[in-house]
Design a protein around this ligand. Structure first.
Ligand code: SF4
Ligand code: SF4
Length: 241
């Protein structure tokens, strides 16, 4: 089969699976792969649903499936990520070998599975990708990125997806809190008496050479935060907006 045609059928198979899972319709191939797609979508498939052909089960033709496939998120990650990072489009070539997840130190301690995120990006599953708290469990250590056999900038993609999540108003409360300190004090970790004492013991000045030592610079920091939209973002997130 010519390469282009093979690519077409692979894309169609992916579209069918996504559509079936979202429609809650079980099919033979879907049941065989149900565990994987359950992982991708964080959904429970109903074991009692009858096995049926995809077309019969969902009542649409293959060409309709193509139209329904949502590549917006895949394109969004590539377009947005490419502003800051290189080779983001390589995400399309992930073969799900799991080298990344197998190498991930965070995955050993948490439910974070980076391979799953890459798959969600490939399948255009925006909601499942950005509305999951484990997205923030990556430590950005870059181990996965160094080892990916497809040279996918995995960690950069995690960072891009996080930025997209924040732009959609999705932030963890503790991040909103720390960002609020930045807006208020021009410093994510404000100084306290204990830290001042430790600095003194180490022979340092009590205050670090930041806005703590140069309070006039706080206005400049706030101006930057205002002009980049950071302050507004944090205000809205604080209100839960
Ligand atoms: S290591 Fe690379 S190719 Fe393998 S699953 Fe992870 S992202 Fe995909
Ligand atoms: S960068 Fe993140 S996802 Fe990759 S290995 Fe490190 S903790 Fe895991």
């Amino acid at each position: 089969m010519p390469r282009e045609e093979r690519g077409f059928w692979i894309r169609l198979a992916i579209k069918r699976r996504k559509f079936c899972v979202e429609s809650g319709v079980a099919s033979r191939f879907l049941k065989e792969r149900k565990h994987f797609y359950r992982i991708c979508l964080n959904v429970e498939l109903d074991e009692a649903q009858p096995r049926t052909s995809v077309k019969k089960g969902i009542g649409v033709s293959s060409s309709q499936l193509i139209k329904k496939f949502d590549t917006d998120f895949t394109n969004e990650v590539i377009e947005y990520g490419s502003k800051f990072f290189e080779d983001v489009e390589n995400v399309r070539s992930c073969i799900q070998c799991a080298t990344c997840t197998g190498s991930c130190p965070s995955g050993r301690e948490t439910a974070w599975r980076v391979r799953k995120l890459i798959r969600q990006v490939q399948l255009g599953l925006k909601k499942a990708a950005i509305k999951n708290d484990v997205l923030w469990d990556c430590t950005t250590c870059y181990t996965c990125q160094e080892r990916c056999p497809r040279l996918i900038p995995i960690t950069d993609i995690v960072r891009a997806v996080r930025n997209i999540a924040v732009r959609n108003g999705i932030m963890l409360p503790r991040h909103v809190q720390v960002a609020g300190l930045m807006v208020k004090h021009g410093h994510a970790v404000p100084i306290n008496d204990e830290t001042k004492a430790v600095r003194k013991e180490l022979g340092l000045s009590e205050l670090p050479p930041t806005v703590h030592s140069f309070p006039d610079a706080l206005g400049e920091v706030r101006k930057l935060l205002d002009e980049t939209g950071f302050t507004k973002l944090i205000e809205e997130a604080s209100k839960g907006g």
